[in-house]
Design a protein around this ligand. Structure first.
Ligand SMILES: Cc1cc2nc3c(=O)[nH]c(=O)nc-3n(C[C@H](O)[C@H](O)[C@H](O)COP(=O)(O)O)c2cc1C
Length: 381
């Protein structure tokens, strides 16, 4: 199948599988332990049911909105993902940032991105957010915040569902590390994907681009583990909000009590996420926790949702339940791995078209017409 013939995100996933060595595909596609949460995110989304308003003028549909004060032409945004050059060694984050800019949508980059903050700022003047983790070295974070501010990023995301890395068993089974190591298993997998191998061999090593001093200390994973602070509490979020001084989203919230704590810490957006099923396995599907968080937030902050989004109708469901915005992870990574920038553009186009069609079919030409009465919730257990 060619990119042109890809009809949906599942087709882009097939193309990504054909292009990537198994270990890299598994790193995107997989989740923690038995992948119960990974699968639940998709399975539960598919059980929510949409209804529609008949005979509404849907000749024009408006998808534009604003999230944490950032204007965007789409209610879905690019979720931060680490080291995107792994998935497309030549372009990585550059391809995603350019495609997002063309679409007029928010791009967010991970602290452990493989392209620097400054380079992203230079190639895209579109809306941009930056994601940080809870890190041991506050001066390292302060230094990063100065760079992020200087580069014109308008929102900060604090990810709070990674006190330690999740147990993703596909990775050790495949001997997978970042950057990839040479072992009989990885070489065998690489040799079956000569195009990818060529790209890796002819481009710079994939490293945490924002921390050039740390490169010599080992791979990205070692760097991350050395920086994660497992002892921090909500005071860190308060400190970060003050140090940043701008709009802050707290990503990785799983219940209403933490949503309230996030608001008390100064969050402008509460982000419902289980890291795409990559952290605590057997956590509930995010769509099943969204309602509780929306109720707890009670309009005091925005709510962003992610987890398992592969269709425009998934986005419509989260918005109908009260999310202000929906983040996509694997959906664009499959496009990136399949074909670089045109692949990400294709993923965005697919989701935009599907969402627009879904809104027309639902008789909701504006996002604020999405009304909870149009969504049937499945039984919880
Ligand atoms: C390969 C990969 C890398 C990720 N890296 C990060 C990261 O560095 N920071 C972060 O906050 N979330 C990270 N995430 C989680 C995503 O931001 C998002 O929460 C998740 O992918 C949403 O689920 P979905 O992939 O089903 O859309 C990563 C996800 C994937 C698949």
């Amino acid at each position: 199948m060619s990119l042109k013939r890809a009809l949906n995100i599942a087709d882009l996933r097939d193309l990504a599988r054909q292009r990537l060595p198994r270990m890299v595909f598994d790193y995107i596609d997989g989740g923690a332990e038995d992948e119960i949460t990974l699968n639940a995110n998709r399975a539960r989304l598919s059980q929510y049911r949409l209804r529609w308003n008949a005979l509404v003028d849907v000749s024009t549909v408006d998808l534009s909105t604003s999230l944490m004060g950032t204007k965007t032409s789409l209610p879905f945004l690019i979720s931060p993902t680490a080291a995107s050059r792994l998935f497309h060694p030549r372009e990585g984050e550059r391809a995603v940032a350019r495609a997002a800019q063309k679409a007029g949508m928010i791009y967010s980059i991970s602290t452990i991105g493989s392209v620097s903050i400054e380079e992203i700022a230079k190639l895209s003047d579109g809306p941009k957010w930056f994601q940080v983790y809870v890190w041991r070295d506050k001066s390292l974070v302060e230094g990063i915040l100065d760079r992020v501010r200087g580069a014109g990023f308008t929102g900060l995301i604090l990810t709070v569902d990674v006190p330690v890395a999740g147990n993703r068993e596909r990775d050790p089974r495949n001997d997978f590390t970042i950057p990839p190591r040479i072992t009989p298993r990885t070489v065998t997998q690489m040799l079956t994907r000569p195009g990818y191998l060529w790209d890796v061999a002819t481009t710079p090593t994939i490293n945490p681009a924002n921390f050039p001093d740390q490169r010599s200390r080992g791979g990205i994973i070692e760097f991350i583990n050395s920086q994660f602070d497992t002892s921090v509490t909500w005071d860190y979020a308060k400190w970060l909000k003050e140090a940043w001084g701008g709009p802050l989203a707290i990503k990785g919230i799983s219940h209403g009590r933490d949503a309230v704590r996030a608001i008390e810490a100064g969050a402008d957006a509460v982000w419902v996420s289980n890291h795409g099923g990559r952290q605590l396995d057997t956590a509930p599907a995010t769509i099943d926790t969204l309602d509780e968080v929306v109720q707890a937030v009670a309009g005091r902050a925005e709510v962003i949702f992610d987890g398992g989004v592969r269709r425009g109708s998934d986005i419509a469901k989260a918005l109908t339940l009260g999310a202000s915005g929906v983040a996509i992870g694997r959906a664009y990574l499959y496009g990136l791995a399949a074909a670089g920038e045109p692949g990400v553009e294709k993923a965005i186009d697919i989701l935009r078209d599907e969402l627009e069609r879904t809104l027309r079919l639902m008789g909701c030409p504006q996002l604020n017409a999405l009304d909870r009465r149009l969504l049937d919730l499945p039984a919880m257990h």
